[in-house]
Design a protein around this ligand. Structure first.
Ligand SMILES: [Mg+2]
Length: 350
């Protein structure tokens, strides 16, 4: 197998800011293309987040190392059960070769699923055995002046739920301003930006303003603080930065009500499917999130979205222009999964 990587710099529609980052005007994402000896091809995407120690350069460096470890595996079997086992084995081989680097593994894992799906003539949900009926996606608005956040909320008011980034001095004013223009559920994500004092003050306001859940209020390792807040909160607290891979789930039992699974954290669509199944067994409510991927990464995510309670698959909707074609958002804000073999998206002509 040969692999090439390409870094895409994609401008956002609106500047995007979260509590633990400066405002960003463009997303940097990595597209991997794998070609097998029989010229079968697969494409995948890994969105690196420096918070998890990855950059476009680390992804571009790690992807060829990962593909090299697959050399001894031969081609995937031509039957569905055998192909699924092969994809799991490939993922485990990558984890054994190098730890962490979820975005790099994600790019390879999606590309392998795309390649195998194309070879078997199966679209991704059929390859994985996952439902095509999906919950609607919410729409995310980054931190900005409360009136600007409200303007963006009004523009996105056709979404059934909005995810509002908090973690700054104007959090309450922002929530009030959004509530003034949007009647549906508000999902709050503080991206580790709160202290227990801030959370204690904001919790009753969140309840009053119709917040549906609170994502990652505190620093990733402060499970003690997450547990303290969940014990006081009727709203589900959802771990994101504290819930990177499947192995993190056990430690979150009795700490938070929900976990946020993302392909770019856990290492692709196969690992995400296994993490979702394990989270369900452990009794968590499940949020499926994303970074700011193109519709290639979002289409792969959407293939497991039928198994979760809340979908936040809006990465490509935050981009000024999406370089891929094939994934369609219905008027009900549910992604329509492509019917064609593989992940089902194709590069738009430049
Ligand atoms: Mg989050």
């Amino acid at each position: 197998m040969r692999v090439t990587t390409e870094v895409l710099e994609l401008p956002f529609r609106d500047p995007f800011r979260i509590a633990r980052k400066l405002p960003h005007h463009a997303a940097s994402t990595v597209i991997a293309t794998i070609e097998d000896v029989d010229e079968a091809r697969g494409i995948g995407e890994g969105f690196p987040d420096p918070y998890y120690g990855e950059t476009p350069a680390t992804v571009a460096a790690v992807v060829p190392v990962l593909v090299e470890t697959l050399a001894e595996m031969g081609q995937a079997p031509r039957d569905v059960a055998g192909a699924r086992e092969w994809l799991v084995a490939a993922s485990l081989a990558m984890d054994e070769r190098i730890s962490h680097n979820g975005a790099a593994k994600c790019a390879v894992d999606i590309a392998l699923h795309d390649l195998v799906g194309k070879r078997l003539g199966l679209a991704l949900p059929e390859l994985l055995g996952t439902p095509r009926e999906l919950p609607p996606t919410d729409f995310t608005i980054g931190i900005d002046e409360p009136e600007i956040v409200a303007q963006r909320a009004a523009r996105a008011a056709h979404f059934p739920a909005l995810k509002i980034k908090l973690g700054g001095p104007a959090d309450l004013a922002t929530l009030e301003a959004v509530r003034g223009v949007f009647g549906g559920p508000i999902r709050v994500d503080a991206n580790t930006g709160w202290t227990p004092e801030i959370a204690e003050a904001l919790l009753p306001e969140c309840v009053r303003l119709g917040v549906e859940l609170i994502e990652q209020p505190f620093r990733a390792r402060r499970l003690d603080q997450l547990r303290w807040l969940q014990e006081r909160s009727t709203l589900p607290i959802v771990a994101d930065e504290s819930a990177v891979v499947e192995a993190d789930l056990e430690g979150l039992v009795g700490v938070v009500a929900g976990v946020n699974v993302k392909l770019a954290k856990v290492g692709g669509v196969g690992p995400a499917l296994r993490m979702i199944r394990r989270a369900r067994e452990l009794g968590f409510r499940i949020f499926l999130g994303c970074m700011e991927e193109t519709s290639l990464g979002i289409a792969a995510s959407a293939a497991v979205a039928g198994l979760v309670d809340w979908a936040d698959l809006d990465g490509c909707l935050l981009l000024a222009a999406d370089p891929f074609d094939g994934l369609v958002l219905g008027p009900d804000c549910r992604w329509r999964l492509p019917e064609i073999p593989g992940v089902g998206v194709v590069r738009r002509p430049a």
